[in-house]
Design a protein around this ligand. Structure first.
Ligand SMILES: Nc1ncnc2c1ncn2[C@@H]1O[C@H](COP(=O)(O)OP(=O)(O)OP(=O)(O)O)[C@@H](O)[C@H]1O
Ligand SMILES: [Mg+2]
Length: 256
């Protein structure tokens, strides 16, 4: 049995916010379990796999083997900490640091962007300087190494390192960082891939990003529990693009 505990005040806050938005909560699901439902194959869960969801303020870890979740944990560091480091290191605003991270950031020396450098202005917007992508990598990589070394500790705590034949699957916005796959492979000493949500064929274009693993997983778990078949779920997904948000709202309101 795998028991997860959480702060009741935090959970109550989320429940209240959801209800105020006009929805009824049908169940509470641990984040990485939802992401896992969207991106992991059954055979990966049998073989042993670790799901690492790198969010803004936290990184969630869930270890699966023999088909079930065996260990989970939350690390209080995420991709926002990389942004903060860039802002401090390059003496610029958080907004600019966030753009720089997404456009030029890398966590691995062999995965640098095509452009060798970029321009950055100071906080007051007065002066502009040129910074090399290699300099940026030297700010970004250590923080990602710190996060991944905590992930490694978390995996060891689950006492399952030898059982993870299917390696690591990365989700969350932080998984979009250039070079994250080779760095994860090096730090965790196992194969790594980015987890792209599947299960909604028609919406593939929209949700083909590790950022949506969590949201898609929540929907999939609820739809499967409601007895929807894969074909029905694909049909939901093939709704016209412009209606997708109304579709999700209708789906939530009508079914849950
Ligand atoms: N292209 C990108 N490259 C690097 N980082 C990115 C990219 N796109 C988004 N991110 C980062 O991903 C983070 C947000 O990820 P996500 O949406 O998974 O977080 P969240 O679920 O809202 O946060 P949390 O899980 O901590 O509650 C932000 O810090 C953002 O900067
Ligand atoms: Mg998240």
């Amino acid at each position: 049995m795998h028991l997860v505990t959480g702060s009741t005040s935090v959970i109550d806050g989320v429940l209240r916010a959801t209800e105020k938005a006009g929805f009824e909560v049908s169940r509470i699901l641990l984040g990485p379990l939802a992401s896992g439902a969207a991106v992991l194959d059954t055979h990966e869960c049998e073989l042993g796999v670790v799901l690492v969801d790198i969010g803004g303020m936290s990184t969630e870890v869930a270890v699966f083997f023999d088909g079930v979740v065996r260990h989970s944990g939350v690390i209080r560091l995420g991709s926002q900490h990389v942004t903060n480091d860039i802002a401090v290191g390059l003496k610029t605003s958080l907004e600019q640091a966030e753009d720089i991270k997404k456009n030029y950031g890398s966590a691995y020396s062999t995965a640098l962007p095509d452009e060798p450098s970029f321009l950055v202005s100071d906080i007051g917007g007065q002066a502009t300087k040129e910074v090399s992508c290699e300099t940026l990598r030297r700010i970004v990589q250590p923080r990602m190494e710190e996060i991944l070394s905590l992930v490694s500790e978390e995996i060891r705590r689950g006492d399952s390192t030898k059982k993870l034949g299917a390696g690591v699957v990365l989700t969350g916005g932080g998984a979009l960082l250039r070079g994250i796959v080779p760095l994860a492979e090096e730090m965790l000493e196992m194969s790594a891939r980015i987890g792209i949500p599947k299960g909604f064929s028609g919406l593939t274009e929209f949700v083909s990003s590790p950022v949506f693993a969590n949201a898609v997983g929540l929907l999939l778990v609820e739809l499967r529990a409601g007895g929807y078949s894969s074909a029905q779920m694909s049909r939901f997904g093939s709704q016209k693009k412009k209606n997708w948000w109304e579709w999700i709202q209708r789906l939530l309101k009508n079914n849950f």
